[in-house]
Design a protein. Structure first.
Length: 474
């Protein structure tokens, strides 16, 4: 039981107890009000009918006719009083002054005008007509009387003993405590699991899952548990990727460092004629390491989402034309060719340096793997409807196994078909993918039916386009 449990329990219990006590006080006040306003005068509809009949009898038949009516009412257990201004009953009965005062008070009310009447008779006296509230009567198998079992009418004959509803309040308080206990446990139970899961994650254990514990729930706490599982899964993937990256980087750096150490050792014992060859090897390995470190720094910037300014307008067609011209020298030196068919007078918003590097990485990768005396082709297509630029780079290399097509854009990946003769680090296509995605585009690869690899880059372009471009063959 943690602090949150007791906070839930305390506040819920206080709310329930306050509500219960308030309802109990309201009932008690209502009972007090009802007792303070209880009447000793019969206010029922039969009493109203009897009073009107008596008033008509007294007014039109006189006092003797009313006496006869009262005598007849005795047989039906009706006790009607006719009291004059001298507090004397027409039948000579004793009347409580308090009862007469209450009858006069009732007469002044709207309801009392129907159950109490003040009639002036022919003999000059004014009679107050009313019927006292009858005592409790019961009707049972033996007729009216104490022996009956079934209640017929209950009337207050005066102030009743007041009571505070302590027993209902006690029962309601106990029920509130139990309800507060269950509700507090219902909320705090999954939160305790969440607390434990976060503590485990903080200590490095990301294998704990909350889905089995909260699978029976369908509330926001269950959603929080599923979000926690998704978060830990993502963290596991990132940490595994980080470990793999460190392993791959150390592996890639170990080879050139080892060759540098060997070259340095040879330089110390070699004569001056062979020293130049050794120094060239040292220079080559240092350039290789510098290139690797540069690619890793670029990749780190992209992974951290800090690629620099992404608000420049990039004219794609001039960029591709310069890129093709530069790459043609490298391709022709190796007995390969480049053919560019570009007609894309559009502009892309982003970082020109990064985007140039991404496309160049794909292009140089195609030049490196295409066969001798073959041509690397570059095609563009503009989708005016969806405002998308499609750029395709095709080579005549060995291609990639189908099960590796989705992996060639991963860090340090090298295809099984090109691993033996590859001099790269497996970072070029990874960097290209991240740069393209930073420009809200996507990149994919597919094998060509007649041999070679096709890499497609799709980028969104700006709505306002420059003038019509040109087709360039290089």
């Amino acid at each position: 039981m943690g602090r949150l449990f007791w906070k839930f329990f305390f506040f819920i219990a206080i709310a329930q107890i306050t509500a219960t006590f308030g309802v109990g006080v309201l009932f008690w006040i209502e009972n007090l009000e009802r007792n303070s306003h209880s009447s000793e005068i019969d206010l029922s509809p039969p009493a109203s009918f009897m009073i009107r009949s008596a008033a008509a009898t007294l007014q039109f038949g006189g006092a003797e006719a009313l006496r006869s009516l009262i005598n007849e009412g005795r047989e039906h257990r009706l006790k009607l009083y006719a009291v004059d201004e001298n507090m004397k009953d027409l039948m000579g009965r004793e009347v409580s002054p308090k009862l007469v005062e209450e009858a006069r008070a009732v007469l002044k009310t709207e309801k009392g005008r129907r159950v109490v009447e003040l009639v002036k008779a022919a003999n000059g006296h004014s009679y107050l007509l009313f019927i006292p509230a009858p005592p409790e009567e019961f009707v049972g198998p033996g007729g009216p009387g104490p022996g009956g079992r079934e209640p017929r009418r209950m009337r207050d004959r005066g102030p009743q003993p007041l009571f505070f509803p302590s027993m209902p309040i006690v029962v309601a308080m106990v029920a509130s405590m139990v309800f507060a206990l269950l509700l507090a446990w219902y909320f705090s139970y999954p939160i305790r699991h969440l607390k434990n899961a976060f503590a485990q994650a903080a200590s490095g254990n990301l294998d704990l899952e909350l889905e089995p514990v909260m699978s029976s729930r369908s509330d926001e706490l269950a959603d929080l548990g599923r979000d926690f599982d998704a978060m830990t899964a993502k963290l596991r993937t990132l940490m595994e990727s980080q470990r793999r990256l460190l392993h791959d980087v150390s592996h890639e750096l170990r080879s050139p460092i080892a060759r540098l150490q060997v070259a340095i050792g040879l330089a110390r014992v070699q004569d001056k004629d062979k020293l130049e060859i050794t120094l060239e090897r040292i220079e080559r390995e240092s350039v290789r390491m510098d290139k690797l470190v540069g690619e890793l720094l670029t990749l780190s910037r992209l992974e951290a989402n800090v690629p620099g300014s992404m608000e420049e307008n990039i004219a794609i067609q001039p960029m591709l034309a310069d890129m093709i011209n530069d790459a043609s020298f490298e391709a022709s030196a190796n007995g390969k060719h480049i053919e560019g068919q570009i007609d894309c007078p559009v502009e892309v918003k982003g970082n020109p340096e990064l985007l140039y590097r991404a496309i160049e990485n794909v292009l140089r990768n195609a030049i490196k793997h295409t066969a001798l005396d073959t041509t690397v082709q570059i095609h563009t297509q503009v989708d005016e409807v969806n405002k998308l630029l499609h750029l395709s780079i095709l080579d005549r290399g060995p291609g990639v196994p189908e099960d590796e097509l989705n992996s060639i854009f991963e860090l340090f990946f090298r295809s099984s078909r090109t691993k033996s003769n590859s001099s790269g680090h497996g970072l070029g296509l990874s960097i290209a993918r991240r740069i393209v995605e930073a420009h809200n585009g996507f990149i994919r690869a597919a094998n060509r039916k007649d041999g070679g690899l096709r890499v497609d880059i799709t980028l969104p372009f700006m709505a306002d386009e420059p003038a019509k471009g040109q087709t360039l063959d290089a």
